[in-house]
Write a protein that binds this ligand. Structure first.
Ligand code: DGT
Ligand code: MG
Length: 242
């Protein structure tokens, strides 16, 4: 099997341990290398829960989550972390230097790779402007950087690991629309062969995705491109208009 970052969910259902009601029901989709798949849906729809199944923060109750054709439950953790990077909805920074934070998933990365990742993540300028640059300290919980800066540093940290699959959980929400657009353009150019799965709230963030999945109450109720969904999906139209 080629390790290109092909993702497939096959009839996946999931409930949190101890909870009876399923949070995800019969989820099926594929995300191919080079593609961007976006997931949109109201709060509590199950977007974060869906992403969590790929890096095995939780395992599906039924159905299969496949990475490059192999169920993730049959892969070593290290094989998954080498191929998949997730930027969580509440991105965390460790107390320590920016450099320490960026190297977290790949200690051997060169300074050039760190700056390259910062550039794509639209974070190079503010790191450069800091007196100690890469050596600048992040306070515990990342309280001395803004929410948008924290998001961008966490995106840079994911880029440093050069994964085949990126999972972005609402990672662009704290960015202004122009920075969001610039970041995703740079990302696309830098990671043309990667598989990108984006959870987004803002239509501008997801409108250019190859496929958009509309999630409602743990089910994919509609799917298609932005233009297709505008025609066919009342749920999508409601989200666009809200
Ligand atoms: P968001 O981020 O507010 O837009 O919402 P989603 O779409 O990311 O929703 P998600 O996946 O966080 O939550 C889906 C459902 O699962 C919701 O009813 C809350 C519940 N849930 C989320 N995390 C946990 C958890 O850790 N344990 C339990 N028992 N339930 C959870
Ligand atoms: Mg969420």
């Amino acid at each position: 099997v080629k390790k290109t970052g092909h993702v497939e969910f096959r009839n996946v259902s999931f409930a949190y341990p101890g909870a009876e009601a399923p949070v995800l029901s019969d989820i099926s989709f594929t995300a191919e290398p080079g593609q961007t798949v976006a997931i949109i849906g109201s709060t509590g729809a199950g977007k974060t829960s869906l992403l969590a199944l790929l890096p095995r923060l939780y395992d599906a109750a039924s159905g299969e989550v496949l990475l490059d054709g192999v169920p993730v439950t049959k892969l070593d953790r290290s094989e998954i972390t080498q191929r998949v990077a997730m930027v969580p909805q509440r991105p965390y920074l460790f107390s320590g230097s920016i450099e320490h934070n960026l190297r977290f998933g790949r200690p051997e990365a060169t300074d050039e790779q760190l700056w390259d990742a910062l550039t794509v993540a639209q974070a190079a300028d503010f790191v450069r402007e800091k007196k100690n640059g890469l050596g600048s300290r992040i306070a515990q919980g990342g309280t001395n950087v803004s929410g948008g800066q924290r998001q961008r540093l966490c995106i840079a940290r994911a880029l440093v690991t050069e994964p085949k699959v990126f999972l972005f959980d609402d990672s662009f929400s704290a960015l202004d629309v122009a920075t969001d657009a610039r970041l995703r353009r740079a990302l696309k150019a830098k990671t043309a062969d990667a598989t990108v799965i984006i959870v987004g709230q803002r239509v501008s963030t997801i409108a250019d995705a190859d496929q958009i999945l509309v999630l409602d109450n743990g089910r994919i109720v509609d799917r298609g491109t932005h233009e297709e969904l505008l025609e066919t999906s009342s749920t999508y139209q409601e989200i666009v208009e809200s």
